[in-house]
Design a protein. Structure first.
Length: 176
């Protein structure tokens, strides 16, 4: 069975905008390398990664939430509906062999925090994980400093400002 990269990010970016195009690039890159993608299943970054993976011939899984009155991405090959936010988060994490956090708002912040928490508290095995985009730079630096202060393992998530380097890191990590 193909490995899957779970990608978190905003539902707002539109085709032609840089955040959407970066997400499409990731989805296609992962697809070309034989990996499926998993996302929250709606528009914006979730739509873009799904489109990229499908264009490359791999699967795009969506974990949607019953309480949202939104239309899932038309690029999903499989849509799984969750009843609660926590069920959705559990499924997004369970499907991932790697994680990428792209620009987003408070929902994406929760997802980033959960990746860190799961790694820091050994609630899941270490997996390749990357955070991309300047929106996260200060938070990333501050959290890594705090994690070091608390004598926990730093570097469990890698920060990138170059989308190609982010993709390469995940691809190499999954092929190792």
């Amino acid at each position: 069975m193909a490995k899957t990269v779970t990608i978190f990010g905003s539902s707002v970016p539109q085709p032609g905008e840089q955040e959407y195009e970066d997400a499409y690039f990731l989805g296609k890159c992962f697809g070309v390398n034989g990996f499926n993608v998993c996302s929250g299943g709606y528009m914006g970054i979730m739509d873009a990664v799904s489109k990229g993976a499908r264009d490359a011939g791999t699967e795009a899984l969506g974990i949607t939430l019953d309480i949202y009155n939104a239309t899932p991405s038309k690029y999903l090959s499989h849509n799984f509906s969750a009843c609660t936010l926590f069920e959705r988060l559990e499924r997004l994490f369970a499907n991932g062999d790697a994680y990428v956090i792209l620009p987003g708002g408070t929902g994406t912040l929760v997802e980033l925090a959960l990746v860190w928490e799961y790694f820091n508290k050994s609630m899941m095995e270490m997996k390749p994980a990357a955070v991309y985009g300047k929106i996260w730079k200060n938070l990333y630096d501050d959290m890594e400093t705090r994690i070091a202060f608390e004598k926990r393992k730093t570097g469990s998530i890698k920060y990138f400002e170059d989308i190609s380097k982010c993709a390469d890191f995940i691809v190499k990590g999954l092929k190792a």
